[in-house]
Design a protein around this ligand. Structure first.
Ligand code: MEV
Length: 425
């Protein structure tokens, strides 16, 4: 992969952008047909879910400038919200030359087997713990191919949830499964279902739910980056911006109302990558917010600290994704997105989604701490309206500039301005 640093990429027309991406990624131009309208055959869509009557399209874009663990990455994004792609590309540029450094935990998912109506639940839990090695061994025997690939069940533990109540004594067994490159939902659910009756028999209780937990705190990604004052702002204002971003981070650390919005900004980048690559983004969302609240208070998933003349950001969050299985096999755009990002492993995909999240967080905090978010939003919106009105080439910028200058960023105004500029260029 050549450099992901593509200055002025956003100014190019769509056809030229496709050409540049093909050139930078080394993927043949024909591969981009995977993101053409109608690329997902209707009969394939019909086979994916029930009651299908059509398809629903979203823009597919590439965030540029990302350097992740020393690797140049073109980051695929599918999202409807303007400015996320531009903002993350901009933040990724600021984070160069060091780029983003990531560390992924082992890809361990948790399966839950609930047992109710247990008499003397503490004693029952202790006796179930004595069977853990045997249950683990039996669980491993159920997935020999995963074990051959270095994965499979790796732990079994027991938690007491209630001593008494409407469901009697309640305990839950956790089966920890290293899912390697699969997201692992089917795998974990199947294992839980296979073990549940035995687990319930051991404690003389009633088998309850058997399903994975989306609080995947055994499958996390850590992403860090360092941004110098010079990269943060021109004209010697970097130190001020750095301090303002660190203060914005502290605000999120103090207040769950702000932390929710701070984390939304992170999920803008994370979800855009997850959607583009065909992941179960609802699962990651559920896990992210449960993890953010794990201390009992809802906290930010990423924090920013000042370090000399630089700002250092750190994101830690659960990110259960897969590069094998799931909807991916059937979805041409998702397969293309993985090719574009040169990803075959789940941990590399988690690293990219995490880096995108930290980038969108940085961009949002920088905008909020300086000019506010609306100005950037409005100028991008103005460009979008100019294009929708039919502007091409330098007319896009000229129409957008006029809309922004008069503060009337509306579709009919864009058409008017374009007509006038075309008449008297
Ligand atoms: C908007 O989609 C996301 C932001 O609200 C995030 C934030 O406030 O940090 C700008």
């Amino acid at each position: 992969m050549a450099s992901s640093r593509l200055p002025g990429f956003y100014r190019l027309g769509l056809a030229e952008r496709r050409r540049r991406i093909s050139e930078a990624s080394g993927l043949a131009a024909e591969n981009l047909a995977a993101v053409d309208p109608g690329a997902l055959p209707l009969d394939v869509a019909d086979g994916m879910i029930e009651n299908v009557i059509g398809e629903y399209a979203l823009p597919f874009a590439v965030a540029v400038n990302f350097l992740i663990d020393g690797r140049e990455v073109l980051v695929p994004m599918a999202i409807e919200e303007p400015s996320v792609v531009a903002a993350s590309s901009n933040a990724a540029r600021m984070a160069r030359p060091g780029g983003f450094t990531t560390h992924a935990s082992a890809p361990v998912m948790i399966g839950q087997i609930q047992v109710t109506d247990v008499a003397n639940v503490e004693v029952a839990a202790a006796s179930l713990r004595e069977y853990s090695a045997k249950l683990l061994e039996d669980a491993r025997a159920l997935v020999p191919r995963l074990a051959e690939r270095g994965g499979g069940p790796v732990g079994f533990d027991v938690r007491v949830l209630a001593h008494d109540g409407p469901d009697g004594g309640v305990l839950v067994a956790h089966l920890h499964v290293d899912c390697r490159d699969a997201m692992g939902a089917n795998l974990v659910n199947t294992l839980c279902e296979a073990l549940a009756d035995r687990v319930a028999r051991i404690v003389n209780g009633k088998p309850g739910l058997r399903i994975l937990s989306n609080l995947t705190d055994g499958r996390t990604i850590q992403v860090t980056c360092r941004v110098t004052d010079d990269a943060l702002a021109a004209d010697g204002e970097g130190a001020e911006v750095r301090a303002a971003i660190a203060a914005a981070s502290r605000f999120a650390e103090l207040d769950p109302y702000r932390a929710a919005t701070h984390n939304k900004g992170i999920m803008n980048g994370v979800d855009a990558v997850l959607l583009a690559t065909g992941q179960d983004w609802r699962a990651v969302e559920a896990g992210a917010h449960a993890y953010a609240a794990r201390s009992g208070a809802y906290r930010p998933l990423a924090v920013w600290r000042e370090d000399g003349n630089a700002l250092v950001g750190e994101l830690v969050m659960p990110l259960a994704v897969g590069t094998v299985g799931g909807a991916l096999h059937n979805h041409p755009a998702a397969r293309f997105a993985l090719e574009l990002a040169e990803v075959t492993r789940a941990d590399s995909l988690a690293a990219i989604a995490g880096a995108a999240g930290l980038a969108t967080n940085l961009a949002a905090l920088r905008a909020l701490a300086t000019e506010g978010i609306q100005r950037g939003h409005m100028s991008l919106h103005a460009r979008g309206l100019a294009r929708a009105a039919g502007a091409t080439g330098d007319l896009v910028d000229r129409v957008a500039a006029e809309l922004s200058a008069c503060g009337d960023v509306k579709a009919d105004r864009a058409r008017e301005v374009l007509a006038r500029l075309k008449e008297s260029p």
